[in-house]
Write a protein that binds this ligand. Structure first.
Ligand code: COA
Length: 184
């Protein structure tokens, strides 16, 4: 399955992406800090990025999680992950993403999320994808709304973001919702 639109594509991140991923991380360090767990300085090194990529590849091979790069042409401009894949009666994964600050506002995140839903429901045979977003993160809420997610609830002090237990809104989309939205 080719995960691409005319502007945006997704592909699995490989160990060979470590250097460009590190550059992306360094460039966006201040931009992403308010939206992510607190990162120690050691995270912003080639060794740590290679380790994260290795963990991602092992997770992919085990069917536990799927880590994609978001690309504009050949340029890595973000990352998207489907993590904590649950099978059995749940068939669920958790979605997370970011886009390079200089590439924001051009529809890349929305395109990437829609492609990831195609992958989740058609290739990974999942039934539900969920996401959690802080109420003040308007751009991310728009991305989820535009991708067919429904608000399902409010979770006080849900995730520790930049050192603070932050309230989140929970969103989800099921395979049925996605197929109906895609006209199938
Ligand atoms: C959230 C994020 C991925 C969006 O990426 P993006 O490529 O700019 O997203 P898109 O262009 O597809 O859509 C962004 C939407 O937010 C809107 N938006 C952007 N800034 C906004 C603001 N300050 N207020 C209201 N809406 C805003 C855009 O107008 C667009 O909506 P529209 O199409 O209805 O106009 C990016 O900002 C990011 O990486 N943020 C930091 C990490 C993060 O928040 N990750 C998600 C955690 S849940």
């Amino acid at each position: 399955m080719a995960l691409r639109t005319p502007t945006t594509s997704l592909r699995r991140l490989e160990l060979s992406d470590a250097d460009v991923l590190l550059e992306l991380r360094l460039r966006n360090r201040d931009f992403l800090a308010p939206f992510e767990p607190a990162r120690p300085a050691a995270y912003f090194t080639r060794a740590a990025q290679r380790q994260e990529l290795r963990d991602g590849l092992a997770g992919w091979d085990a069917g536990r999680d799927f880590t994609f790069g978001i690309f504009e042409g050949d340029e890595l401009i973000g990352r998207l992950r489907l993590t904590q894949v649950a099978r059995g009666a749940f068939q669920n994964a958790i979605l997370g993403y970011f886009v390079d600050e200089d590439h924001c506002g051009r529809g890349h995140a929305t395109a990437a999320v829609r492609l990831a839903l195609d992958f989740a429901f058609d290739s990974a045979r999942l039934h539900r994808v969920q996401a959690a977003v802080m109420p003040r993160n308007t751009p991310s809420i728009r991305v989820l709304e535009k991708s067919g997610f429904r608000a399902e609830g409010f979770a006080p002090r849900y995730l520790c973001i930049d050192g603070i237990w932050e309230d989140h809104r929970l969103y989800a989309v099921t395979a049925e919702d996605h197929r109906a939205a895609e006209g199938g």
